[in-house]
Write a protein that binds this ligand. Structure first.
Ligand SMILES: [Zn+2]
Length: 77
């Protein structure tokens, strides 16, 4: 029983470390992709969170979407 608790603690530590690394990468990665985009600005899709070049997006007013499906989801709530 004590071994099981220790194992669960170890798993929690690994999980925490992984999410920390993933969080740090998430902070760094979008900045790099915005800087490397040569064809202008990158905009964020509010539905799925994807960054897409401004000239290839589907628009709805001031909002930008990666696909017609995301656009439809946003408009239909
Ligand atoms: Zn999308």
């Amino acid at each position: 029983m004590r071994l099981l608790i220790r194992l669960l603690g170890l798993l929690f530590v690994i999980y925490a470390a992984l999410s920390l690394v993933r969080g740090l990468l998430g902070v760094i990665a979008p900045k790099q992709s915005i800087r490397s985009g040569s064809s202008g600005r990158l905009v964020k899709d509010p539905v799925c969170g994807t960054y897409i070049p401004e000239d290839t997006v589907f628009r709805a007013g001031d909002h930008f979407f990666c696909s017609q499906e995301c656009q439809r989801k946003f408009l239909n709530g």
